[in-house]
Write a protein that binds this ligand. Sequence first.
Ligand code: AHG
Ligand code: MN
Ligand code: MN
Ligand code: MN
Length: 337
Amino acid sequence: MNQFEVTTLNEFILEQQAQFPNAEGDLSHLLHHVGTAAKIVNREVNKAGLVDILGNAGNTNVQGEEQKKLDIFANDHFINALHSCGEVCAIASEENESFILFDDDMARNGKYVFLMDPLDGSSNIDVNVSIGTIFSIYKRKSAIGEQATMDDFLQPGTQQVAAGYILYGSSTMLVYTTGQGNYGFTLDPSIGEFCLSHRQIQTPENGNIYSINEGNYLKFPAGVKQYIKYCQEKDASTNRPYSSRYIGSLVADVHRNLLKGGIFIYPETESAPKGKLRLLYECNPIAFIIEQAEGQATCGPQRIMEVEPTSLHQRTPFYAGSSNMVNKVEEFLSVFG
Ligand code: AHG
Ligand code: MN
Ligand code: MN
Ligand code: MN
């Protein structure tokens, strides 16, 4: 690709679709609307502080979290964009207790259900630190034309047809996969287009970064404590000690580690025995991207995408990133628990 050649997200989506002669273009159409919603949210994120979009919205979400104005803004815009595209029959969101059913002529026949964390890293919004959006797409199990049911959402991550994230950082990037590798697009504000910037993102099998909230150290499982000690020991042959990098926005921590190599850990703790991160709209989509980059993502004992979900907002421990680093922490968990 020469330096002047620009491939926009929409051109790329159509190129990918052309590789599947039987494709009808509905997933392409859906991904196009994800890109549009991302540009709208990006516009507000980029001028947050100048407009009344910072701070708390004054209510608590189903997670028991103080909702931020940008949580709600992002949620509303993704819901509207995906409703109007007509390819999605229902949406599940971190910010809504149950799923949102689209039961009108425009969307009732949508083939897909969409799950999202509309604004990830909310605690960082008001301090101008990178935040993100995470999304996961499944083919519905219920019949076209009927009302979507909870079973459409409670599918293991291995059934995802597409997943990705938007990172509102020093630049705004959209990274997604449909199972044929990961592709990264950087928003060029001068033309208002996401342009292909990262073809086939692969993560190194070893990395020198570990990402975990060490403030919870005393509450970690013994195996995690031992692994942190391992990361901090001096051993030139394995490039240790590693660097500790933790932003508090899953998308930003994962994206950095994906490109550079590293491991992200949010384990179960005494106060959060199931972990903190949500399986359906944080861990599964991130795991899809990481596995497509030849990394690994587990909940400790199991590949995260094989977990059979039982509820929309269920939480899970999460160990994800460079494959050899995930293997190593699993060794410590198997010995120390
Ligand atoms: P969200 O803002 O969507 O609720 O997600 C926050 C998550 C995730 O982005 C991040 O990795 C984690 O919370 C940070 O949790 P701690 O502040 O407990 O470390
Ligand atoms: Mn939240
Ligand atoms: Mn989140
Ligand atoms: Mn969120």
